[in-house]
Write a protein that binds this ligand. Structure first.
Ligand code: ADP
Length: 245
């Protein structure tokens, strides 16, 4: 089943066209990795997927709900946003809230769940991300890797149809990257539908179902990791990948 279908997505900042007609299909339970040089539009694309940026033109169908992005009304946008969750490069946790509050509060606000229910869920997710002992810590008292695991728990708490990850390990010290990648693998194994921007090529190769190479606002090439990494078709993809070997 197709969970997310994107058609002809365009986005300009001023006169600069950053997305030039992006098409993407993400099936339920699939892990899709977006690769590409800096400035190719990966983050903008991810942000357009949940209306942190509004694309100018195009269609998205998430969980069978079609949305014309250019014309969408506030109510449609909110309904779409509730089915997505984002994990940010810099975690974006509330600094004046504890770890457990960071997870539980969006659940209470977005899903109108009771405090008791939200905290129960948050406690369970803290355990899943290996931070049961850190629920009452503030973000500043946690390592980058721990903060990102809280960011991931917060996204999972919203029970989204698709989770978007924007370079989730790129702000981390190298020794902390592994623990977050391990958690991402575990989440992938639960059958979550995930779209990730990452430069972790080994992770992409081992975990992705589909690899999408973007450049200059276009999808240049996409396929299974084997197709894209081992049987690369496009010269531009080859040139990009050669930097990592
Ligand atoms: P990537 O994630 O592939 O590095 P981005 O989506 O961050 O690419 O950026 C694509 C292009 O859009 C870049 O040229 C960037 O400068 C530009 N851009 C991104 N966000 C904005 C913004 N809010 N305003 C103006 N230009 C932007």
């Amino acid at each position: 089943m197709t969970m997310l279908e994107v058609r002809n997505l365009h986005k300009k900042f001023g006169k600069k066209e950053v997305l030039k007609g992006i098409n993407l299909d993400v099936h339920q339970g699939e892990v899709v990795v977006l690769l590409g040089p800096s400035g190719s539009g990966k983050t903008t694309f991810l942000r357009c997927l949940n209306f942190l940026e509004r694309a100018d033109q195009g269609q998205m169908t998430l969980d069978n709900q079609l949305i014309e992005v250019g014309k969408a009304k506030e109510k449609e946008i909110l309904a779409h946003q509730r089915k997505t969750a984002m994990v940010f490069q810099n975690y974006e946790l509330f600094q004046n809230k504890t770890a457990i509050e960071n997870i539980a509060m969006p659940v209470m606000m977005a899903q109108k769940k009771s405090k008791e229910e939200a905290y129960q869920l948050a406690t369970h997710l803290l355990e899943q991300v290996g931070l049961s002992e850190r629920g009452n810590f503030y973000p500043s008292q946690l390592s980058g890797g721990q903060q990102q695991r809280i960011g991931i728990a917060r996204a999972l708490a919203l029970n989204p149809k698709v989770i978007l990850f924007d370079e989730p390990t790129s702000a981390l010290d190298p020794e902390l990257v592994g623990q977050v990648l391990t958690l991402l693998r575990e989440i992938a194994e639960t059958g979550a539908t995930m779209v990730l921007v990452t430069h972790e090529m080994k992770f992409a190769y081992e975990v992705a179902d589909k690899v999408v190479f973007m450049e200059n606002g276009y999808v240049v090439e996409q396929g299974s990791p084997q197709e894209v990494f081992e049987h690369t078709k496009e010269e531009r993809t080859k040139a990009f990948l050669s930097r990592f070997t």
